[in-house]
Design a protein around this ligand. Structure first.
Ligand code: SAM
Length: 239
């Protein structure tokens, strides 16, 4: 069986297409919860780098780390046209040597399934400055089954649209619909079946089920913001 890095290498091109698989939903959430005093930021599991590049428009120094070399190759290519240098590095977020570097804002989207969550959070806390913030955006587990699965997806995207509207994110409806199709297509692809097979083999049927409770238990004072019934973010301020 392939490693996780190889599995994500094989699907990286789909993350690079259009507005990505998750980025168009996660970006406004991350921007909304990014503290105004943020000068340095780290994105964990940064994929093709779209969000980190957007963040570099408001943050002095942005780093992105991903275990997939293909994801990082796409990110580095995209970063060539960014206004500021962004450090995209390939490596395991749990063990990569950041030297003495720490960050004001450490965030990641759709990453919890790939980690032992308490271990990940302790690592991220060690990289976060006092007064800094950790933010994790993630799904809420299995999409369900039968016809309810499709109805649930439609409701989810309608809720996402409402969230984007509420937070003043620019909405281009044809583009939104194209994004939804791209995401659905990607999640139906053989490359995504391989990601799910990796998850099932290592983490069981529903690897995202418990991440919020683990976040609350590991980082005292943390809070959960429910974005839609199927999407949440967890926030912890280092004090
Ligand atoms: C579901 S994708 C999400 C990518 C991006 N955050 C997004 O929302 O589109 C999960 C990402 O986490 C990365 N990843 C998994 N385990 C990792 C690890 N130990 N260290 C760094 N990145 C990791 C994968 O390579 C993949 O790019």
């Amino acid at each position: 069986m392939s490693t996780l890095a190889q599995t994500y290498d094989a699907i990286a091109h789909r993350y690079d297409q259009g507005d990505g698989i998750n980025d168009w939903i996660a970006l406004p959430i991350i921007q909304h919860f990014c503290p105004t005093h943020t000068r340095t930021a780290l994105e964990v599991g940064c994929g093709v780098g779209r969000i980190a590049i957007e963040m570099s428009k408001r943050v002095d120094l942005v780093w992105g780390i991903d275990i997939s070399k293909e994801m990082i190759a796409y990110a580095q290519r995209r970063a060539q046209s960014a206004d500021k240098p962004i450090r995209f590095v390939q490596g395991d977020a749990l063990t990569f040597d950041f030297g003495s570097r720490m960050f004001d804002f450490v965030y990641g989207a759709y990453i919890t399934a790939y980690f032992d969550v308490p271990t990940l959070l302790r690592r991220l806390a060690s990289l976060t400055f006092r007064d800094g913030r950790i933010l994790i955006v993630g799904g809420m587990g299995s999409p369900g089954s039968g016809s309810g699965k499709y109805l649930g997806q439609v409701q989810h995207y309608a809720e996402c649209l409402r969230f984007l509207r509420r937070h003043g994110a620019p909405i281009n409806l044809p583009r939104f619909i194209a994004n939804v199709f791209h995401r659905v297509q990607c999640l139906g692809s053989k490359e995504w079946q391989a990601v799910e097979a990796w998850n099932r083999a290592r983490r069981g049927e529903n690897p995202e089920a418990n991440w919020r409770n683990q976040f609350l238990a590991t980082l005292p004072g943390a809070r959960i913001e429910q974005i839609t019934p199927k999407l949440a973010c967890a926030i912890w301020d280092q004090s």
